[in-house]
Design a protein. Structure first.
Length: 114
């Protein structure tokens, strides 16, 4: 059974930083591209960052230069370092496999105050 468990969210002021973690189980983690998504109230879920099995990262324009995705295959964990946070980054953040989505985890709430 696949499980994706996100953590690390919280309330932060604009300009602050957070580091999100997603622990995956039930998959051969190291062979998959992993991604971080977010869903703001009233908006569709969007992919903000992804990292291939070989460590190549891609970012949405809205987070480029501020967010960094990384992975630790030994721990089956993918991370999202978020710096220079803006109020528009407020959302529930999720991880998943972009090329073959699994059941979504509970996500982790990120709230950025102005």
């Amino acid at each position: 059974q696949v499980q994706l468990v996100e953590s690390g969210g919280g309330l932060v002021q604009a300009g602050g930083s957070l580091r999100l973690s997603c622990a995956a189980s039930g998959i051969n983690f190291r062979i998959y591209t992993m991604g971080w998504y977010r869903q703001a109230p009233g908006k569709q879920r969007e992919l903000v960052a992804s990292i291939t099995s070989g460590g190549i990262a891609n970012y949405a324009d809205s987070v480029k230069g501020r967010f960094t995705i990384s992975r630790d295959n030994a721990k089956n964990t993918v991370y999202l370092q978020m710096n220079s946070l803006k109020p528009e980054d407020t959302a529930v953040y999720y991880c998943n496999k972009p090329r073959a989505l699994e059941t979504w985890g509970q996500g982790t709430q990120v709230t950025v105050s102005s």
